[in-house]
Design a protein around this ligand. Structure first.
Ligand code: PLP
Length: 355
């Protein structure tokens, strides 16, 4: 079916992990996709090979200067046995936005989607079917020149690896505790916040660890200049429902344009909500809470899909949102998006790509 890619099948398939104990990103399928870039030649030699280690020179540029980008999406097996991808073209368009920022050459989105379909097809029996599970797909590109100088690499690899993952919330979807970060910042305008690039994550781990020690699962990032306006939560975009209106930070260069964010805005508008994308300060949230106007808060992202926020702590001052319960808007979004992804809810917007 995808015979334009060379496929070398593994001779020693791995045993499948227990579907009820997958966790996230722990197990990897039997195969991986690789394509090389060479200056003057472009992207070439797309191939599917057995999953395994890569031989790399210690001087490989990505290890020193971090010139790399990545993506994340999921494949689901529908009840009728067909395989569904959720808005994969959006991910592949975003690859090129990240590439531009990181001086990585552009890549053809159509080829990338085809590559995803080919690798998913090759490892189709790795897609878990237990409730809430899926196959997480991780495309990424990194600089491969063996050279110790700061410049754009002249060679790259585009790869796709895949991991069967469990329900993000084994106990069902539950509100999370979030720490409002006042010491560290994630990104500033002019920086790399809008690109999906590993360095953004490397620099966020410290804040996450400190929040974790205080009993919080993630941090809410504020803007890097005034430490006043809300940006996003860990690796999720964030939404607030205040007096019936849905508000989410506008995309102004420092936050990531999430596909779950985009899908949520589309659905909320379709359901008749007023949805506003604008700068929103943390003070506004705490004031809305004081006036009993803050009805819901939730994060959006591919991994958890919708993550209700039950508590926000700012400098030791804690607010509990919606009684620490999942609100109706968050619940509807979660059920609708996961329903479309797994094929139990009609895909009216044409978001599903079959493999
Ligand atoms: C990937 C990511 C998101 C969520 O994007 P989705 O496309 O919805 O998965 C949000 N914020 C950051 C920083 C991310 O890296």
């Amino acid at each position: 079916m995808y015979s334009d890619f060379k496929i070398i099948k593994t001779t020693s398939p791995k045993s499948r992990p227990d579907q009820n104990n997958l966790g996230f990103g722990k197990y990897f399928t039997d195969h991986m996709f690789i394509m090389d870039y060479t200056e003057g030649k472009g992207w070439h030699d797309p191939r599917i090979v057995p999953y395994g280690p890569l031989p790399l020179e210690p001087s490989t540029m990505v290890l020193h200067y971090g010139q790399a980008i990545f993506e994340g999406l999921k494949a689901y097996k529908a009840k009728d046995g067909s395989i569904q991808l959720f808005r994969p073209y959006k991910n592949m368009e975003r690859i090129n936005i990240s590439n531009t920022r990181m001086c990585i050459p552009q890549i053809d989105p159509e080829t990338c989607v085809r590559a995803v379909k080919a690798i998913v097809d090759t490892d189709r029996d790795w897609i878990p079917t237990a409730e809430g599970t899926s196959l997480y797909i991780r495309p990424f590109i990194f600089a491969t020149d063996a050279y110790l100088g700061v410049k754009p690499s002249s060679t790259y690899k585009f790869m796709i690896i895949m991991s069967p993952v469990g329900a993000y919330y084994p106990q069902g979807i539950n509100p999370v505790k979030i720490y409002v970060e006042s010491k560290y910042v994630r990104a500033v305008k002019g920086g790399t916040g809008f690109a999906k690039t590993p360095g953004n994550y490397a620099s966020s781990i410290k804040a996450q660890m400190e929040a974790y020690e205080k009993g919080y699962i993630q941090v809410l990032w504020l803007d890097g200049i005034e430490r006043k306006y809300i940006e996003e939560v860990g690796s999720m975009n964030v939404f607030f429902k205040i007096n019936g209106e849905i508000i989410t930070p506008s995309l102004e260069g420092s936050i990531l344009a999430g596909i779950t964010r985009d899908s949520s805005i589309f659905l909320l508008k379709k359901w008749g909500y007023k949805v506003t994308e604008r700068r929103i300060s943390i003070d506004e949230i705490f004031t809305a809470h004081k006036n009993s106007a803050l009805e819901e808060a939730f994060g959006t992202g591919t991994a958890a899909v919708i993550s209700p926020i039950g508590e926000l702590n700012r400098d030791g001052n804690s607010i509990i949102i919606n009684n620490n319960e999942i609100g109706p808007t968050s619940m509807n979004l979660y059920n609708t998006i996961t329903g479309i992804q797994s094929g139990t809810v009609k895909d009216e917007a044409g978001w599903i790509e079959k493999v």
